[in-house]
Design a protein around this ligand. Sequence first.
Ligand SMILES: Nc1nc2c(ncn2[C@@H]2O[C@H](COP(=O)(O)OP(=O)(O)OP(=O)(O)O)[C@@H](O)[C@H]2O)c(=O)[nH]1
Length: 351
Amino acid sequence: MSIVTVQLGQCGNQIGFEVFDTLFSDSHSSQGLCSKRENEAYQASCKERFFSEEENGVPIARAVLVDMEPKVINQTLSKAAQSGRWKYGQHAYFCQKQGSGNNWAYGYSVHGPRHEESIMNLIQKEVEKCDSLSGFFIIMSMAGGTGSGIGAFVTQNLQDHYAHSLKMNQIIWPYGTGEVIVQNYNSILTLSHLYRSSDALLVHENDAVHKICAKLMNIKQISFSDINQVLAHQLGSVFQPVYSAEGSFHYRRNPLEGFKDPALYTSWLEPVDAFNVWKTQRAFSKYEKSASLVSNSQFLVKPLDMIVGKAWNMFASKAYLHQYTKFGIEEEDFLDSFTLLEQVVASYYNL
Ligand SMILES: Nc1nc2c(ncn2[C@@H]2O[C@H](COP(=O)(O)OP(=O)(O)OP(=O)(O)O)[C@@H](O)[C@H]2O)c(=O)[nH]1
């Protein structure tokens, strides 16, 4: 079964590239530390999930690239092509000439509806290339204009068109300080919209990954490229093939199935039942042994509460609201978002 990835905005496209590159490098690594047969099964399973094959044998990422400016899309396409190992589909991208200027409302209410048909057609073409669709992986920032605004719009559309396929969003939490003034507005709008249309949000905080680069990896001048490699490593290790069940040596066919396990999401189960282990003997990314943890915990309550609080303070003085109402996001939409996210914060506090 296959996953169709949708990469949106600067952030989504830059991270998407690193993720595919990590998946490809890992599955073609000669240091899998396992039998040839095992390695081949792992490679075939990864390929079915994330790549389709072109006539000349170069695998093509099952991805659609969306941005409203051509620069990052062009860079991403050519980096993949220059790798000579895998590439993006020749017509699998959509871009325009002007970004959203960090305005979520512009991405969601103007760019989204205007380009809905073109973007949804591209996604449909990618879906048609899959023998069997497992679901969608949507990569975007939370605080920008294009990735987050159009990303929320596209996720809603996917929910309407592919209601039975799992939609998982990878979202990047902005740095706490030093970014654009309206980042908290954009963030609460993204989160409240995805809450209604996405099945699962995988969150990475830029501050936390930055710290990993500084403290654990000792990188002095940290760039997005460094941060994205850490992110891609973590995501790759979660999405590469694992055995279908305890004691089985067959790879699970449906890569997103594990996330659907209801035991993971109920509050009244014993913790031991709400913990799943996914395994493989095959080494990931040249590490003889490695482990990754995906958790649904109170970890994000504090940052979420902070973002909601900061956005509320700005909203109370009506700062910058005209930039949003101008494009159809009204005060009531903000109030709905605040109410919903405050409920989420309260639910997590009471766990
Ligand atoms: N981890 C990571 N974060 C990024 C990257 N690029 C941008 N960001 C973060 O994403 C947010 C801004 O979103 P972008 O994706 O740059 O913006 P956009 O979606 O292209 O939207 P517009 O620029 O408004 O058209 C900020 O919080 C940045 O810190 C990246 O390559 N990696």
